[in-house]
Design a protein. Structure first.
Length: 119
């Protein structure tokens, strides 16, 4: 089992920055990839960014590329999402998620943290 606790959301203005944090506990040795996803009101949940737990290779959605940076600190079991130049369309609940070596989907999810960007 893996447990995730995400935090760091808030209300900011367009152009501001926020840093989301995900604390990972449990069987961290089973983790293949960590991801951040978001869900805006009335919309489907969408992919934001991923990072390999070992190796650190990353991927980003086109909508956040160049503005968001994902990173991880394996010693502290945390995954961060640095969000710069925020836009109103970034407003959503953000979730961190973990995919293990035994599955092809993200099985473990944080509780979500609200990010609201005002114009």
């Amino acid at each position: 089992q893996v447990q995730l606790e995400d935090s760091g959301g808030g209300l900011v203005q367009a152009g501001d920055s926020l840093r989301l944090s995900c604390v990972v506990s449990g069987r961290t040795s089973s983790i293949y990839t960590m991801g951040w996803f978001r869900q805006a009101p009335g919309k489907e949940r969408e992919f934001v960014s991923t990072i390999r737990w070992i190796g650190g290779s990353t991927t980003y959605a086109d909508s956040v590329k160049g503005r968001f940076t994902i990173s991880r600190n394996n010693a502290e079991n945390t995954v961060l999402l640095q969000m710069n130049s925020l836009k109103p369309e970034d407003t959503a609940v953000y979730y961190c998620a973990a995919r293990t070596y035994t599955t092809i989907k993200y099985d473990y999810w944080g509780q979500g943290t609200q990010v609201t960007v005002s114009s």
